[in-house]
Design a protein around this ligand. Structure first.
Ligand code: ANZ
Ligand code: ZN
Length: 811
């Protein structure tokens, strides 16, 4: 018998699969399409680390399993190579991003081959390929034409290190998602996508999506739907009168509103400023807030700050009381109406604010009615109760009076979302130039492609792509402009409408736009005339299975849903959810922390593949824990898998034994492995195969070996292919063979009789599945009626367990 030599076997089969197109389905003719997609990587570091391999392998096992079940599995791969990640890496090592892209491409694809994934290489896409970003730009123009892309001036998140604006979704705990720098605010005019138009739909569709629960919860919170009312307050200062609208989810507390708070950026503040007596203080406060990030502003632990608009008064519409008006950073300009009625007795933030600035606190909800005299509040009362001191509403249950009080104050029912529009512009180099042109001449005459945006034109389809020029100085400038703004030959263009000298947009688009539609391109990657082919798209989409990281919950995974909804509304596709099923894989941990370069705990997969083989690495990674849970990488245990595969090698080549002994375990193992793969419990599928091997060694006939190999194939594709060929089990490839079927009647577990003793005396006999674990056996014993009666509530001090035979409870 030859030795198991993975160094020979693995590259051999990788080449073979490539040549034969084993993993290339017939995109036009496939009968049972199954599009199994995993998030494509962004080449930002020296190569893929073992955490990436973990994710890809887990997704690949699922795809291989579905292929053997008879599906035409399409499992493409590509690179999310445009964007800050790749550009920063190029900056760091001092190459041009365009040059670095080619180097990374080679490196990444080699690694992805080496791990033995069944990718459809012919359809790969790279987002920096003009053939690809031509269509990214085309999608931008479609968004513009349909009114979903627009410009607006607004305080935006700015990363002082990456020197660009960031979308809200890219700010995590106040810091830049990419580099961890504290984000500041800058007032800029930028391109946005109107994702808020789909807030309701993005939320409602979640209910029927088969997606990882944690992703659905994160999206729900991010979208943040609130039902409430807007209520107008008359506000006066000297001769100026304004009506200020607040948004509240608790109109029932209106009688307890003892002051108003406006966001410092609220438009009315500037109107009132001439009339107030403390101008200096207010102006200074407004300045101080400018650089604060939103996270900082709403941080509950932070002491409240603010300034009164002295001389400004509002009238509470329900009782005519005159109340003061303040500004504070805890009220955000971008949420609701940017103004609130403060009810310090029943809102904790308002309570802290009122305490600090000695503002009146008026209780209007009590747990009992009539209300007993209560001591002063220690914190806001936010529980249920009855209205008190609330005019004609006193005595009513607060929650029942919500809309009555709102109506009384002439309020309007309103739904608000936390979700904000998606900021698309980036002042960087390495991305698709935003395909827009501004003509000052047309703007003056109020002409433009869209009525509401004079002067703006999208680049005509025939002129796409707007190629990213190779410029020498691609470094971010730190000004409000991209490096492209220095390239005259790039930005000087003719107006597509009047022919006058016009200016090309010089910002590039967010990387997340590249990845918001990539799944549509893969099956149509050959198409030169359209971003995707309608027939092929109908056949293959939406995705049957999508796998990726949970860190994209409110980034990519939200954008990709939004984009599908928009494209559907444009009539360009016929589905509005991109993925029927999505599963988030777990994270690989090393030395107690998430693998990352900054922690210095990154494991390079190449060495493991070289020393132990791809099959061993794959199985080792999948054996750690359920795929959705992640795992702890400890090198010592890799050897366990090596030994297992060595045994498999010998087992398959050992003489056949026809003793018919293994029927029950055979069918039970098929059932277990099948169900475990379906649930992504690869770890228990592998342990079932290990148990199976233990049972079969020395007693297996040819059929049993063949089935064993087929079960192993998705996990260890190379060794199983080699043994399949050398053993002459069937046509190559094993990966196109059928998945084994089991007979449910043969899966019934063998039962054993287990005697349960108390202090050595048999009190009951249980019938349990053979091989039952100690924990299961003991809990079955303790649940038994006779045992319960004999124990009379006493707890056994010691438990003796003899597997499959006896439990002795010692009291
Ligand atoms: C009065 C009130 C009384 C409130 C009470 C709450 C409790 P969600 O659920 O997040 O939508 N609010 C409204 N706009 C705000 C803004 N721009 N910045 C900060 N806070 C704002 O919260 C809605 C509540 O948050 C609103 O209801 C308002 O305070 C506050 F006992 O109004 B409430
Ligand atoms: Zn013009």
């Amino acid at each position: 018998m030859k030795k198991y030599d993975f160094r020979k076997i693995e590259p051999k089969w990788q080449k073979f699969w490539d040549k034969k197109g084993t993993y290339e389905p017939d995109l036009k003719e496939a009968k049972r399409p199954f599009y199994n997609l995993m998030m494509f990587p962004y080449p930002s570091a020296e190569g893929l680390h073992v955490g990436n391999m973990y994710a890809f392998t887990g997704a690949d096992i699922f795809g291989r399993f579905k292929r053997m079940q008879g599906y035409d599995v399409f499992q493409p791969i590509g690179l999310d190579g445009f964007g800050i990640h790749s550009e920063n890496y190029a900056l760091k090592i001092g190459t041009h991003p365009a040059k670095q892209a080619k180097i990374s491409e080679k490196r990444f694809y080699e690694q992805l081959k080496a791990i033995g994934n069944g990718f459809a290489w012919n359809e790969r896409v790279e987002t920096y390929d003009p053939d690809y970003y031509r269509w990214t730009q085309w999608i931008f123009t479609q968004m513009f034409k349909h009114g979903l892309a627009y410009r607006k001036k607004q305080a935006v998140n700015w990363c002082p290190k990456d020197l660009t604006v960031l979308a809200d979704e890219q700010v995590v705990a106040g810091k830049c998602e990419r580099c961890g720098t504290q984000v500041i605010q800058r007032e800029l005019e930028q391109w946005f996508f109107r994702i808020t138009k789909y807030a309701e739909k993005l939320l409602n569709n979640l209910r029927s999506l088969d997606w990882s629960e944690k992703i659905k919860i994160a999206q729900k919170n991010w979208i943040g739907r609130s039902e409430g009312a807007t209520i107008d307050f008359e506000v006066k200062a000297g001769n100026i009168k304004e009506s200020i609208t607040v948004f509240t989810t608790r109109p029932d507390t209106l009688f307890g509103a003892t002051y108003l708070v406006l966001a410092p950026e609220h438009f009315a503040v500037q109107n009132f400023i001439k009339e107030i007596s403390n101008q200096k203080e207010v102006t200074a406060y407004i300045e101080a807030v400018k650089n604060k990030s939103e996270e900082e502003r709403i941080d509950e632990k932070k002491e409240k700050t603010g300034a009164e608009l002295r001389g400004v008064h509002a009238v509470n519409p329900v009782n005519g009381e005159s109340i003061p008006v303040w500004i504070s950073d805890y009220v955000l300009a971008s949420y609701g109406t940017g103004a609130i009625m403060a009810v310090p007795a029943h809102d904790q933030r308002d309570f802290e604010f009122a305490k600090k600035f000695k503002l009146p606190i008026k209780v209007v909800i009590c747990p009992n009615y009539p209300a007993p005299k209560c001591p002063p509040l220690e914190s806001a009362y936010t529980g249920e109760g009855y209205l008190v001191d609330s005019g004609e509403f006193s005595g009513k249950k607060a929650e029942e009076a919500i809309w009555e009080v709102a109506k009384f104050a002439r309020g309007k029912k309103e739904v608000k979302f936390r979700l904000r529009d998606w900021l698309i512009s980036r002042q960087r180099y390495w991305g698709p130039p935003i395909p827009m042109i501004f003509c000052a001449v047309c703007a003056k005459e109020n002409k433009g492609e869209r009525e509401d945006m004079p002067g703006w034109y999208s680049v005509p389809e025939k002129d796409l792509p707007v190629k990213l020029p190779i410029i020498k100085d691609f470094r971010p400038t730190g000004s409000n402009q991209s490096p492209l703004a220095a390239s005259k030959s790039f930005y000087e263009v003719k107006c597509p409408s009047c022919g006058a000298k016009a200016k090309r947009e010089t910002d590039v688009s967010d990387t997340f736009l590249d990845s918001a539609w990539y799944y549509l391109r893969y099956p149509s990657s050959e198409n030169k005339k359209a971003p995707w082919d309608d027939e092929i798209t109908k056949k293959w989409l939406p995705l049957a299975m999508y796998t990726g990281g949970a860190e994209h919950a409110v980034l990519h995974l939200l954008y990709v849903r939004f984009m599908a909804m928009a494209l559907k509304d444009f009539g360009l596709i016929d589905f509005d959810e991109p993925a029927t099923r999505f599963r988030a894989h777990g994270l690989l941990i090393k030395d107690g922390a998430k693998m990352s370069k900054s922690k210095g705990n990154v494991v390079n997969p190449d060495e493991y593949i070289k020393n132990f083989g791809a099959d061993t690495l794959r199985m080792y990674l999948m054996f750690l824990a359920p795929f959705e849970q992640g795992g702890d990488f400890r090198d010592e245990s890799v050897m366990g898998i090596t030994r297992f595969l060595d045994r498999v090698w010998k087992f398959i080549q050992s003489p056949d034994v026809e003793d018919g002994k293994n029927l029950a375990i055979l069918h039970r193992t098929i059932k277990k492995v099948t169900e475990d793969i379906e649930n992504l419990h690869y770890n228990t599928a592998i342990s079932a195969m290990m148990i199976f091997l233990n049972a079969l060694e020395g007693t297996a006939d040819r059929k049993e070996k063949e089935i064993f190999l087929r079960l192993l194939a998705p996990f260890a594709p190379h060794i199983s292919e080699e043994l399949w060929e050398t053993g002459g089990f069937g046509e190559i490839s094993i990966h196109l063979a059928d998945w084994p079927k089991y007979d449910p009647n043969l899966c019934v577990e063998e039962k054993v009789k287990i005697a349960v003793q108390i202090n050595g005396k048999v009190r009951a006999v249980l019938e349990l599945p053979s091989g039952v674990s100690e924990a299961d056996a003991v809990s079955a014993a303790l649940a038994n009626a006779k045992i319960k009666e004999s124990l009379q509530g006493k707890k056994p001090g010691r438990i003796i367990y003899v597997a499959d035979r006896l439990i002795n409870l010692v009291i």
